[in-house]
Write a protein that binds this ligand. Structure first.
Ligand SMILES: NC(=O)c1ccc[n+]([C@@H]2O[C@H](COP(=O)([O-])OP(=O)(O)OC[C@H]3O[C@@H](n4cnc5c(N)ncnc54)[C@H](OP(=O)(O)O)[C@@H]3O)[C@@H](O)[C@H]2O)c1
Length: 238
């Protein structure tokens, strides 16, 4: 297993359900964290609870190219280049296509597809320089199978998968690995704004979802876990 102690792990979406559970596990394992989120108050409270310094967190809207560029400059000059980049940010808008507005469609693509593209654009050069790195994405089950109401969400997550698989082809001569996780429903705040009858008690717990990412961060570098599937036992869609 790769040791997490002292490893530089950058987590986007750290203020979310899965992200905040993940950063707690990473911190316990001694990782050197940099965390980001959109909500400044949640981010500051989380950073404080983890005992992070001011150099280890920054707020940013990851759908804005200028903010991601400023974030990366701050990260690289004050903290260093990430060895592991976890993208646990994203939004869910689940509506039938009749009700889905153009704005909501665009918003979903920006958060779930453009943001990961911007993150990879700014951090890949430093990973290439170091000739190693790990990028972890969460396309989720809806990045592989369709669902009624998920036109925007699945478009963004299928897109994320295609984008990451293409980038992987570009990185074959490097030691940079990409892992895509197909996760089923996780009981997190993700569902709070979604008008859908869901059985939260049957979903994966945030801590279990986080543990799978924590596990992936420690995989030996002789191989690569290119994909992982983690689904609620009672709702296996793949
Ligand atoms: N929950 C599930 O059932 C499930 C299943 C499969 C895959 N996933 C995927 O897993 C990831 C994490 O989900 P979650 O359950 O932890 O969701 P969550 O609790 O809603 O957290 C989402 C995170 O994304 C951040 N975020 C959203 N838009 C952003 C933006 N424009 N700029 C910067 N940060 C932004 C949020 O920041 P703030 O909180 O600071 O606003 C938050 O940290 C998402 O990509 C989601 O699609 C979730």
């Amino acid at each position: 297993m790769e040791k997490l102690n002292g490893k530089k792990v950058f987590v986007a979406g750290a203020t979310g359900g899965i992200g905040s559970a993940l950063v707690k596990l990473l911190k316990q394992s001694g990782a050197d964290l940099f965390i980001t989120g959109r909500n400044s108050q949640k981010l500051e409270e989380l950073a404080q609870s983890l005992g992070l310094s001011d150099l280890q967190f920054a707020q940013a809207d990851l759908t804005k190219a200028d903010q991601v560029a400023a974030l990366s400059q701050q990260v690289i000059s004050n903290w260093g280049a990430p060895e592991i980049l976890v993208n646990a940010s994203g939004i869910g808008i689940i509506k039938s296509v009749d009700l889905l507005s153009v704005e909501e469609f665009t918003q979903t693509l920006n958060a779930n597809l453009l943001a990961p593209f911007l993150l990879v654009k700014v951090f890949l050069p430093s990973m290439k320089e170091a000739k190693k790195g790990l990028i972890i994405n969460i396309p989720g089950v809806l990045g592989k199978v369709p669902m009624a109401g998920a036109a925007a969400y699945s478009a963004s997550k299928y897109g994320l998968l295609g984008m990451m698989q293409s980038i992987r082809e570009e990185l074959k001569r490097t030691e940079i690995r990409i892992t895509n996780i197909f996760m089923g429903g996780v009981d997190s705040p993700f569902w709070d704004t979604i008008d859908l009858k869901v059985q939260k008690e049957k979903m994966i717990r945030e801590e279990e979802a986080a543990r799978s990412i924590w596990f992936l961060c420690q995989q030996p570098i002789s191989g690569v876990v290119s994909e992982m599937v983690l689904q609620p036992f009672n709702h296996q869609a793949i």
